[in-house]
Structure formats: structure tokens, C-alpha cells
Write a protein that binds this ligand. Structure first.
Ligand code: 48F
Length: 257
């Protein structure tokens, strides 16, 4: 069987180019492919919205892989178990109110499900900035993560999005960009990022749902970034709140689009 390296290169380059071109103008652009970002993308794409996720790292999954302190299991509450059931990610009951999932199956299952319903995911691309027009976030500024790591002076490219979702986890990077660079107030007490509080799983998992919402025109926040923006506590290796948070933001965006 003939194998031509040139054809392999052409296939990869043409296909990637098409994928990128079709992601330059989308309904929703999500920053971060952790659990909240991927589930948010999954529900949006399932509702036939054009959605793209940019992930800085080589691997998607954010904080799922390492479970709790590298014990690669995660815990879920019953309210979120149904989401894993829908995605065919297996869970096991530990005791009433507590379910377990293998963190590797969870990370890979979320990614597989998101891609299969049509989410475009780009790894190795960092979001460095946003675009703002008429006081509304309307796009992202992108560069290769490798460019940032090598500290090369190379200008970025941009994409347009009707809505942007900050799913960057503890760092709440996009909210912090708004705080640093724009004159817009965030919808928090005082208009700034309030910062995450110390660990309290029960309180954090409750409040994260309320915190998952629009924080300034055009920009939503989900996952741990939501608690970081609104001053909620962290919760450690329990992941139900991440899934419910991502789904809530997707549902709100589906209504608005
Ligand atoms: O941190 P991460 O998993 O966020 P999450 O969806 O889930 C949080 C949990 O993993 C855990 C927890 C659970 O109870 O507390 O921490 O809120 O995933 C965030 C992803 O965003 C990427 C980052 O590499 C990670 O994979 N990311 C962060 N900033 C950027 C980014 C950026 N500027 N550009 C692209 N990707």
C-alpha cells in the first residue's frame, strides 16, 4: 500500500485550516476545556449552536485528570449524575448522595461527547485578550500557547463571537482581563473580581449555580471561575457543580441566541 508523506501533510493542514476557518465567527466561544467549559459546549452544540472552545494546554480536561491529590477518582452528587449517564460516563454509588467516577473516563468522556455533538475544540491555543465593541464583549484574541511560552513577540489573531464564556477555572482569566483593561463594571458587588474563598464544598457547590451567569455584556462565567468572580468558596474534587454550572450557562445562552 503506497504511503505518501506529502498527502499526510496536505490532509492535516487542509482539514485543520477548514476547522479553524469555520470557527472564526461563532455563536459562543468558550475559554478553557475543563469540565464546566466542555459540558457548556456540549449542550450548546446539541442545540445546534456554533460553538468553539480554546484550550491553552496540550490536553483538555483541566483539573479532572488528577482527581483528588492525584488519586484519580472524582465525586459527584446525585443531581449531576444524570449528566454523566447521558454521556455514558460510568458512575458508581459510594453511599447515599455520593457517586464516584474514574477521573480519566470523566475527562475523556466529556471531550468525546463534546466533539461528537459538534463542538470544535482547539488545544494549544491561548486566549490573551478580548474584543469589546459598544461596551459588549464580542470576540477573542488568540495566540499559540507555544508563542507565549517562548516569549516571542508575535501578534495574535482574532475571532468573533456573539457570546464569550469564561471557563478558565480558578484564575478567572477573562474576567480579570475585563477588570484590567476595560472601563466596564462586572456584575459583582463593587464591579470587580471578588476572588475565591477557602474550601467549603457544600456551600461552594450550592452557590456556584447562582454565580454562573452573565458578568458583563456578552461575557458569561461558569465553573470555578464563577466562584472566583463572585467571591464563592472552592470545593476540591467534587465535580457536580462544574457540570451543573456549565449546563446552566448553556441553557441561558440557548434562550438568548
Ligand atoms: O481548571 P479547570 O478544570 O476549570 P473548571 O471547568 O473546573 C474546575 C475543576 O477542575 C477543579 C475544581 C472542581 O471542584 O475546583 O479545579 O472550572 O479548567 C480550566 C481550563 O482552562 C484553561 C486551562 O488550561 C484549563 O484546562 N485555560 C485557562 N486560561 C486559559 C485557558 C486561557 N487564557 N486560554 C485558554 N485556555
Amino acid at each position: 500500500m503506497p504511503l505518501e508523506e506529502l498527502i499526510i501533510s496536505q490532509a492535516i493542514i487542509k482539514s485543520y485550516y477548514q476547522k479553524l476557518l469555520s470557527s472564526l465567527d461563532v455563536d459562543v466561544a468558550i475559554v478553557g476545556a475543563g469540565p464546566s467549559g466542555m459540558i457548556c459546549g456540549y449542550y450548546l452544540a446539541k442545540a445546534k449552536k456554533r460553538v468553539v472552545i480554546f484550550e491553552r494546554k496540550l490536553s483538555v480536561g483541566g483539573g479532572i485528570w488528577g482527581g483528588g491529590m492525584m488519586f484519580n477518582e472524582i465525586v459527584l452528587q446525585p443531581e449531576a449524575k444524570g449528566i454523566f449517564d447521558e454521556l455514558r460516563i460510568r458512575t458508581r454509588k459510594y453511599q447515599d448522595e455520593y457517586y464516584l467516577a474514574d477521573s480519566l473516563e470523566a475527562a475523556s468522556g466529556l471531550c468525546f461527547a463534546a466533539l461528537q455533538v459538534g463542538v470544535k475544540i482547539f488545544n494549544l491555543i491561548s486566549v490573551d485578550d478580548v474584543m469589546i465593541r459598544r461596551s459588549c464583549v464580542c470576540g477573542l484574541v488568540l495566540n499559540w500557547s507555544a508563542v507565549n511560552m517562548a516569549n516571542l513577540h508575535i501578534d495574535p489573531l482574532t475571532i468573533k463571537a456573539r457570546f464569550v464564556v469564561d471557563a478558565t477555572g480558578h484564575a478567572a482569566e477573562i474576567a480579570r482581563i475585563i477588570e484590567r483593561k476595560s472601563k466596564m463594571d462586572l456584575k459583582t458587588d463593587g464591579g470587580r473580581v471578588l476572588g475565591e474563598q477557602s474550601m467549603w464544598a457544600e456551600a461552594a457547590e450550592d452557590i456556584i449555580i447562582e454565580n454562573s451567569r452573565e458578568i458583563c455584556s456578552g461575557l458569561y462565567v461558569c465553573g470555578m471561575a464563577a466562584n472566583a468572580v463572585f467571591g464563592g468558596p472552592r470545593m476540591g474534587p467534587i465535580f457536580g457543580g462544574m457540570l451543573l454550572s456549565g449546563r446552566k450557562v448553556a441553557q441561558e445562552l440557548i434562550q438568548r441566541l
